[in-house]
Design a protein around this ligand. Structure first.
Ligand SMILES: Nc1ncnc2c1ncn2[C@@H]1O[C@H](COP(=O)(O)OP(=O)(O)OP(=O)(O)O)[C@@H](O)[C@H]1O
Ligand SMILES: NC(=O)c1ccc[n+]([C@@H]2O[C@H](COP(=O)(O)O)[C@@H](O)[C@H]2O)c1
Length: 292
């Protein structure tokens, strides 16, 4: 495995080329056992990866384990522009390095869950390849179309976007769709793609029942007056997140732990990411570089 510094330097040189290009989506690296099988389904985990956490690991691994085949592909997608949040540490090259380490953690987790450990090369080949990708687009409708038109994947490949419930609420907020401000803007997304939404309970987003009710409202046609079609509910799957009683995990908590409670990183972030955070300290004030 490349050293942390080498890994970061690699992304520090790839990223400006993407920024200067006219591309809206690019795969910067692929983590796989060898040659990657052409995908038949593309899972997309879009995040600021600031840093990647065990919640992201659960979201991705539970999805991939439902259909653990080499023809599944996951792209970890770093949005270099966020719909709402101003940029903050860590630098994008640190986050990209952590995404690659997260991809390794995720592949090891999938291997252990499927029994593909040790020297069983054939079993390891069944673990899907994971792409480290970047997009300039903050909204899901544009992320999906920039991936589809990039030429990186087969034409008409179905994308399954892996999000949390808080993100689903924001996707269905008309404020993001000027000038008409209607949900009709989401039609191209749901005509081809799907959302797999992990519930996020125990905080401001309400109970599991509240979260299920918001999908029932869409299915009943309660959002039609805003342009939201009831049939879209069939393309959205709500799945359980953390178990009741487990502490909530977020990137915010992991950034805080990096500053003041590094022992908590063990349950907040996967192992390779933790090693990177302890060694490179991407969240301490002096190493935090300004982010464009
Ligand atoms: N604990 C969690 N439960 C359910 N979904 C989650 C969880 N953590 C992150 N997600 C989802 O993963 C996606 C990417 O998350 P994001 O990078 O915003 O993480 P975050 O932990 O919410 O970040 P931050 O704490 O910096 O706001 C979003 O769709 C978000 O809803
Ligand atoms: N309407 C939308 O498509 C929409 C709204 C809010 C956030 N987002 C995106 O969701 C992702 C996660 O956002 P946060 O990092 O703010 O939780 C980001 O890529 C952000 O740009 C999309």
């Amino acid at each position: 495995m490349a050293s942390f510094r080498t890994l970061r330097a690699q992304y520090a040189s790839l990223l400006p080329r993407f920024n200067a290009s006219t591309k809206d989506f690019e795969v910067l690296n692929t983590v796989s056992a060898g040659h990657a099988t052409p995908p038949e389904v593309l899972y997309v985990l879009d995040s600021s990866f600031n840093p990647p956490t065990r919640a992201h690991l659960r979201i991705a691994s539970t999805a991939l384990l439902e259909r653990l085949e080499p023809s599944s592909r996951l792209v970890l997608l770093l949005a270099t522009q966020n719909a709402d949040k101003p940029p903050k540490p860590a630098s994008f090259e640190d986050r990209l390095a952590m995404m690659e380490l997260f991809a390794q953690d995720l592949r090891s987790h999938l291997a252990s869950m499927s029994g593909a450990t040790g020297n069983d090369a054939q079993a390891k080949d069944s673990i899907p390849a994971i792409d480290v990708g970047v997009t300039k687009k903050p909204y899901f409708i544009d992320k999906a179309s920039s991936i589809a038109s990039s030429g990186v994947y087969p034409v008409s490949l179905e994308q399954i976007h892996l999000t949390g419930f808080d993100t689903l609420i924001r996707i269905f907020n008309t404020k993001y769709y000027p000038p008409e401000h209607t949900l009709q803007a989401l039609a191209p997304l749901f005509s081809q793609h799907r959302l797999r939404v992990t519930m996020r309970t125990g905080d401001e987003w309400g109970t599991q029942a509240d979260q299920e009710e918001s999908l029932h409202r869409l299915a009943r046609g309660d959002r039609e007056s805003e342009g939201g079609k009831k049939e879209w509910a069939e393309r959205i799957r709500l799945v359980e997140g953390k178990k009741p009683g487990d502490p909530p995990v977020s990137s915010t908590k992991a950034r805080e732990a990096a500053q003041s409670a590094t022992q908590d990183l063990e349950w907040l972030v996967p192992e390779n990411v933790r090693q990177f955070m302890l060694s490179e300290k991407p969240y301490t004030t002096d190493s935090a570089e300004p982010v464009v």
